[in-house]
Design a protein. Structure first.
Length: 380
């Protein structure tokens, strides 16, 4: 029996990649199902989802940011309301035409108009809360949802809802990340050496300027080190500016010194995880989920502007499990990064080995399978 499933979300990899894991599972195990993905035209989802051979529709949306001054706040509020109404009208049309049996919201501004239209049209929908602390959008729409899927067991206490409606699933991770050991690491592809300790740094799919600057300073400190190599994924918007201000070469490897490589963006994060001995990154839910699966010790710098400071709680979960160092954004600098890297590699990398061996206190789940079975109506 054909079942129509509409999935909405996007803007960043943190919303798109978990949705991808679910759609991979549905395509493999429920091939009679029809999938439609609704996202934004500006995010990465359009290119990525259509590349999977899945139908894609774009809806305009933006977030509500009230931190501006008075006049700018009024203009932003008007823009928000205009796009919300416009997105709601378009989402209503998409749902009426597609007639989904169920809708899944994976996070991002686009979920607002889509889920509002689902309520108006009395369509069943579910939401997936990827972060430890629920966002405002998900808390609002949770009241009308048929299911709420959570990445952390403890997240249930933040929803004031009846038992049974909330299902702990974990955060779906793409098959290519789950099967990291199926392929050998390819150091040469990124101009790296197999013999060195590999530090990989990134600030999410959009990049993070503060992490970029701290990593450059770190590289200047270790510039004569023969045992370390650093790969920085700086974000496309920072790439040109970053290269123009760097004092350390990003080109040819210096003889008898640090290997440092900079890339604006890399799609194949599975290849990056294979070469990484340590990851320096923000603490988005998808990144944390992938780090748990890949078992890489981490230095996490939560994004301070995240709603309800949810990245701090994501990072603290890994830090409490002994798998990560947590550095607050306001404290981030080359000195503290240098101290942490030095601690990891001294005494024949003793601390790094200890962190790698630590067990994470999280229930192992096949997240994509659990969610996909519910969406496909196969709950037996």
């Amino acid at each position: 029996m054909e079942r129509k499933i509409l999935i909405c979300g996007g803007g960043t990899a943190g919303h798109v990649y978990p949705a991808t894991a679910i759609m991979e599972y549905i395509k493999n195990y429920y091939p009679d199902s029809r999938l439609l993905f609704v996202g934004t035209s500006r995010g990465m989802e359009g290119r990525y989802i259509t590349g999977m051979g899945i139908d894609f529709k774009a809806v305009k949306a933006c977030g509500l940011n009230l931190k501006y001054g008075f006049f700018k706040k009024i203009l932003h509020l008007l823009k928000f309301l205009f796009l919300l109404v416009q997105g709601f009208i378009k989402s209503t049309g998409i749902i009426v035409r597609f007639k989904p049996d169920i809708i899944l919201g994976m996070g991002g501004y686009v979920c607002g108009p889509v889920l509002a239209a689902a309520i108006l049209l009395r369509r069943d929908y579910a939401i997936h809360e990827q972060n430890y602390i629920p966002g405002r959008l998900n808390k609002f729409f949770s009241r009308f949802a048929k299911y709420i899927f959570t990445s952390f067991e403890e997240t249930e206490k933040f929803f004031n809802l009846k038992k049974g409606k909330i299902i702990f699933t974990g955060d779906p991770v793409r098959e290519v990340i789950r099967n990291l050991k199926a392929k050998k690491p390819d150091y040469k592809k990124f101009g790296l050496s197999e013999e060195r300790f590999s530090i990989v740094a990134f600030g999410g799919s959009l990049g993070a300027e503060k992490i970029n600057n701290a990593v450059i300073d770190l590289c200047n400190y270790f510039r004569e080190n023969k045992e370390i190599q650093v790969l920085l994924i700086c974000g496309s918007r920072f790439y040109n500016k970053l290269k123009s201000k760097m004092s350390y070469t990003t080109g040819d490897v210096k003889k008898n010194g640090l290997i440092f490589r900079v890339f604006p963006y890399i799609d194949e994060m599975d290849e990056i995880y294979r070469i990484a001995d340590i990851v320096i990154s923000r603490a988005g839910a998808n990144t944390v989920a992938e780090l748990i699966v890949s078992n890489i010790p981490t230095i996490l710098i939560p994004y301070p502007g995240a709603v309800n400071n949810h990245q701090y709680y994501n990072a603290n979960f890994l830090a409490d499990s002994g798998k990560a160092f947590l550095i607050l954004d306001e404290d981030l600098n080359a000195n503290i990064l240098t101290d942490k890297i030095t601690e990891l590699i001294k005494d024949n990398r003793k601390k790094h080995k200890e962190m790698k061996e630590m067990e994470i206190r999280v229930k192992k789940t096949d997240s994509a399978k659990i969610i996909s079975r519910i969406l496909a109506g196969d709950e037996n």
